[in-house]
Ligand binder design. Structure first.
Ligand code: MF3
Ligand code: CO
Ligand code: CO
Length: 268
């Protein structure tokens, strides 16, 4: 339950200035964990091993995993390889050279949620995958650039969709970003497509994620029999980046920036 601040007519919570500090701490830990897992992402490692390391880091920090126990989910991460769009379940599957993967972690620190994901590569990054990852990362950043009081959620979706489609790739429609704060998933649904000027108006004090999933091929997805793993229907490669952000008086504060400056796989 979250009773802080006030609620807009669209049911979106407006947090107080002091609440930003809680989000900074949670976001920083989530981003730090994604930094610290980088050296372990190598051909031959299993996604279950990566997940275990993340779970240990969450516990050592004295934080809580938001995903363990969430709707029956049992892991500290989602790890989505190649044509897996999101919600890949860590397992004894091994990474191969040239695999691209998204690792998504959500932690709870002092009751605040920090949710972020980014792309990794095992071994060499194939050219086609690099282009996809570039476009996806830039789409997220363009979405964030559209965030300021007075703009709308449709402006965010439009910025993302128009950039992705200009690059002849497609935006997944079946999953979206979300409000968060003292809860994991809250209104609004943050769509990664849309028309400028539509949707709820952004106000200072809103906290939400932007987490576009971009496919090289068609946008359609399907969920596998495990009820979690979402894949592209045409088996094309998919990528995703996610930040948790807060709306400030003049723009956005990103809570999940990489402390090591390694949000993108080839930054070093
Ligand atoms: N972290 C994901 C998100 O971005 C949600 C994962 S829920 C899980 O919203 F149960 F699959 F872990
Ligand atoms: Co999220
Ligand atoms: Co996430």
């Amino acid at each position: 339950m979250d009773t802080r601040g006030r609620m807009t007519k669209d049911g979106i919570r407006i947090y107080e200035d002091a609440d930003f500090e809680g989000m900074r701490k949670a976001g920083r830990l989530a981003a730090e964990i994604l930094d610290r897992i980088i050296p372990y992402v190598q051909p031959g490692v299993t996604t279950g091993e990566l997940d275990k390391r993340v779970e240990d880091m969450v516990n050592e920090a004295g934080a809580t995993s938001a995903t363990i126990g969430y709707k029956g989910y049992k892991h500290a991460t989602c790890i989505s390889i190649n044509h897996v769009v999101c919600h890949g379940i860590p397992s004894d599957k091994r990474l191969h050279d040239g695999d691209i993967l998204n690792i998504d972690v959500t932690v709870i620190v002092d009751g605040w949620f920090g949710d972020t994901s980014r792309m990794y590569v095992a071994g060499h990054l194939p050219r086609k995958a690099e282009r996809l990852i570039d476009v996806t990362h830039e789409a997220l950043m363009r979405g964030i650039e559209a965030v300021k009081p007075g703009n709308t959620f449709g402006d965010i979706g439009h910025a993302i969709q128009s950039f992705v489609e200009k690059n002849r790739m497609s935006v997944v429609r079946d999953f979206c970003g979300h409000g968060l704060g003292r809860v994991f998933h809250a209104p609004p649904n943050v769509l990664h497509y849309g028309r400028a000027g539509t949707g709820p108006v952004l106000e200072e004090g809103m906290f939400f994620t932007i987490e576009p999933m971009v496919n090289i091929g068609r946008p359609e997805t399907k969920v596998l029999a495990d009820d979690w793993t979402a894949v592209t229907r045409d088996k094309s490669l998919s990528a995703q980046f996610e930040h948790s952000i807060g709306v400030t008086a003049t723009g956005a504060e990103i809570f999940t920036l990489s402390p090591a400056g390694k949000f993108y796989p080839t930054w070093d």
